[in-house]
Design a protein. Structure first.
Length: 308
């Protein structure tokens, strides 16, 4: 069977299952299960070859798996995706900005819109001229935000705060992988298992932090997600903002951030597209001098940027 036919069959199966991006998901499943390079150009070169003719580099070659085993792996993964298990869980990882993040049960899967939040934090630090910034990542989850900042700003010192023991396992795992790869220094990224909204959390750093950044739980409790990948797999603790409007936890993050920040420091916090105005008001009432709402790449109001 030509690989193009196999890929088309998987796309059709995923489309019938209600997957929103069947072409992308099918390509990723084929690429990673069969060990084929996933770039469009390289994939295009081999789509008209048969499975027997296709190259199988990487981990599969090292473990000596036979080609029939590749197909078994692929078939099992496609079935899992048809049942609406997240693609990132099936593959075990996802790309976030410039780092490869491992994800699985117990941790929120980082989304592309959060990359905009990270960029807003980087832009603020650059405009402020801070060469070796002190950063606190509240509600760290997989570690995607803080680890990205640690990698992209070589002199940054990052403290990551996470309350969930299950999520904390992934935070540490991703930190350790980046340290092993030489992407970050072991001394520049520290994990604290604690409540990000507690005034006692990192109390010793109060008044000294250049940037607080956060993707807290913020979904209104009245708005239960419809997507099975979110509803059945993302931890509720990472989704819901603790009140009907979803603002209880984001408001508590604002309260904690204003104490952590030095004069001139800033909070960048992701939020629901409906929460821009109330969170700006909350920031001003809490003691921030300036507050604005930033948009994601689709033009939707996505994050609060507030400075002391």
């Amino acid at each position: 069977m030509p690989l193009a036919v196999l890929l088309r069959d998987i796309e059709n199966r995923l489309r019938r299952a209600g997957i929103e991006t069947p072409d992308h998901d099918a390509r990723m499943l084929v690429s990673e299960s069969l060990g084929i390079e996933s770039s469009d150009i390289r994939m295009a070169e081999i789509l008209n070859t048969t499975l027997a003719e296709a190259p199988h580099p990487g981990a599969h070659e090292e473990t000596g798996l036979q080609r029939s085993s590749y197909l078994s792996i692929l078939a099992e993964r496609v079935s899992r995706r048809e049942r609406r298990e997240p693609l990132q869980h099936i593959l075990g990882h996802t790309w976030f900005r410039y780092i490869d993040i491992q994800v699985g049960n117990g941790v929120f899967i980082p989304r592309p819109e959060t990359e905009t939040v990270v960029q807003a934090g980087i832009d603020f630090l650059r405009h402020s001229g801070v060469a070796a910034p002190k950063i606190v990542d509240l509600c760290a989850g997989s570690g995607a935000i803080g680890l990205s900042l640690c990698k992209e700003i070589p002199e940054a010192q990052v403290w990551a705060v996470e309350a969930s023991p299950d999520a904390g396992i992934w935070t540490a795992r991703n930190r350790d992988r980046l340290i092993a790869a030489g992407d970050i220094s072991p001394t520049r990224y520290q994990i604290l298992m604690a409540d990000a909204t507690d005034d006692a959390t990192l109390h010793e750093l109060d008044g000294s932090i250049d940037l607080v950044i956060s993707n807290p739980p913020y979904i209104p409790e009245t708005e239960v997600p419809e997507q099975p990948e979110v509803l059945n797999w993302d931890p509720a603790m990472a989704l819901y903002g603790g009140s009907a409007d979803g603002l209880r936890i984001p408001n508590a993050i604002i309260h904690r951030a204003v104490s952590l920040l030095r004069p001139g420091g800033a909070l960048v916090m992701e939020h629901d597209i409906s929460q821009g105005s109330p969170l700006r008001e909350a920031a001003w009432k809490t003691g921030f001098a300036h507050a604005m709402t930033g948009n994601d790449l689709t033009g939707r109001p996505r994050y609060l940027l507030a400075s002391v």
